[in-house]
Design a protein around this ligand. Structure first.
Ligand SMILES: Cc1cc2nc3c(=O)[nH]c(=O)nc-3n(C[C@H](O)[C@H](O)[C@H](O)COP(=O)(O)OP(=O)(O)OC[C@H]3O[C@@H](n4cnc5c(N)ncnc54)[C@H](O)[C@@H]3O)c2cc1C
Length: 382
């Protein structure tokens, strides 16, 4: 993948300008008031960011996962929660629906999700099944041409605002993906959660009480949900890594600037070797996370289904972004601990990186399992 192509440099400048104008002025308000900027989100549709992986004939911009990663990274730099809501809509829901939907479904759902006229969510997690996601209780009973959906999903990003949900349910012993609409009879929303971080990215519950769906709502094959879940995981992990790459860059920049401005014992902080040690380690970890994320992205773009690459990218970017945000606060001393400086929010946001879209422990389990398999099969480790 060539990262220097003119079109992607232009996209980066374009997103950076959008972030400066539209996102940076509300980033603190989003955190303080748990405020979701619906208008800015819809503007991201007009800018072509929401449908960035979708071809132009369906209302997208056709810039693929590299385009989506650039948007995530640049928005993550200013507002990780907006980047999280963007990822849930644009990658988890829209890209998934586009890749797995048939022509009619693409025509029906994709254009409105690209413009932002409709907001989307992906519903996998349930109160009794998080890491063990396939062990879900939500069921769709088939009778003739129809399915009757009963159950619930929790911790769903954008759910308080979404119109279109890509939902997984059990069909017998298997799983099937369905489109559920917020105006379907039997659909309801629960509370919006009050979170420690990622505030401004709305998270909620949804309930299905005997929703009747015809076959036009099945995405992919009946009983083919497991493959859809698994096929989307690599791109989801690679793309979401970029939220934490952007967050780490912001924390590092804030801390570096502060180390120049702040003087103690007659010297700028950066003149103390212990502060230099911190800055150097923060930079090295940030760069490693960024390169790992672009490496995972190029595997996804090349359809390489090796799960180690994407899983290690999000594992590492989540862990180091949390460490970098913590060190930034340390370098800024009491000032870093104050809400007004806007750095402590980055630490609270970073913690979600080790929980959402699969936890650190599950990522480690996957990576270690894949390594063992490779060696047992006589393959080397690349
Ligand atoms: C802000 C936010 C947004 C989210 N958005 C979405 C969304 O849009 N859509 C969606 O479907 N879900 C979403 N989720 C849910 C998220 O994917 C789950 O929270 C996550 O998968 C973990 O599940 P859990 O919370 O039930 O934890 P659990 O599965 O109960 O895990 C609890 C702890 O046990 C550990 N653990 C579990 N199993 C093992 C094991 N085998 N070995 C070692 N340790 C283990 C975990 O790593 C964790 O530390 C979101 C969550 C949050 C917090």
């Amino acid at each position: 993948m060539n990262f220097d192509e003119e079109i992607f440099s232009e996209l980066r400048l374009n997103v950076r300008e959008f972030v400066r104008r539209e996102v940076e002025p509300i980033a603190i308000k989003m955190d303080r008031e748990d405020y979701f900027p619906e208008d800015v989100f819809r503007k991201m549709g007009h800018m072509g960011y929401l449908g960035i992986t979708v071809p132009e004939e369906y209302g997208g911009s056709g810039l693929g996962y590299l385009g989506q990663a650039i948007v995530e990274e640049e928005i993550g730099y200013s507002s990780p929660p907006l980047a999280l809501s963007y990822g849930a809509h644009s990658n988890l829901t829209l890209d998934n629906l586009y890749r797995n939907g048939n022509k009619e479904q693409r025509e029906l759902y994709v254009p409105d999700l690209c413009t932002g006229r409709k907001i989307g969510s992906l519903g996998l997690t349930e109160p009794s099944s998080g890491s063990d996601a396939l062990n879900m209780r939500t069921r769709a009973e088939i009778s003739g041409e129809y399915f009757t959906l009963n159950g619930s999903k929790t911790y769903i990003t954008n759910a308080p605002y979404s119109d279109i949900f890509l939902v997984y349910a059990r069909t017998g012993e298997e799983h099937t993906a369905f489109v559920v609409l917020s105006d379907d009879k039997g659909f309801s929303r629960g509370k919006k959660f009050d979170k420690m971080g990622m505030r401004g990215s709305p998270t909620g519950e949804i309930f299905f009480d005997g929703i009747v769906l015809d076959k036009s709502r099945v995405i992919g094959e009946v009983n083919g949900g497991r493959n859809i879940i698994l096929s989307g995981l690599n791109s989801e992990r690679a793309i979401l890594s970029f939220i934490f790459v952007g967050l780490a860059k912001r924390a590092l920049e804030e801390a570096t600037k502060y180390s120049i401005d702040r003087k103690q014992f007659g010297k700028s902080l950066y003149e103390f070797e212990m502060i230099q040690d911190k800055l150097a380690m923060m930079y090295s970890e940030y760069r490693a996370a960024k390169l790992l994320a672009y490496d995972a992205l190029s595997s996804v773009e090349n359809n390489n289904m090796d799960l180690k690459s994407a899983a290690s990218s999000i594992l590492y970017s989540a862990i180091v972004s949390e460490r970098i945000a913590r060190e930034a606060i340390q370098i800024m001393g009491g000032n870093g601990y104050m809400k007004d400086t806007g750095v402590e929010r980055l630490l609270r946001d970073a913690i979600l990186g080790q929980i959402g879209a699969g936890t650190t422990e599950i990522r480690k389990k996957l990576i270690a399992g894949a390594l063992i398999k490779d060696i047992k099969k006589g393959r080397g480790i690349e």
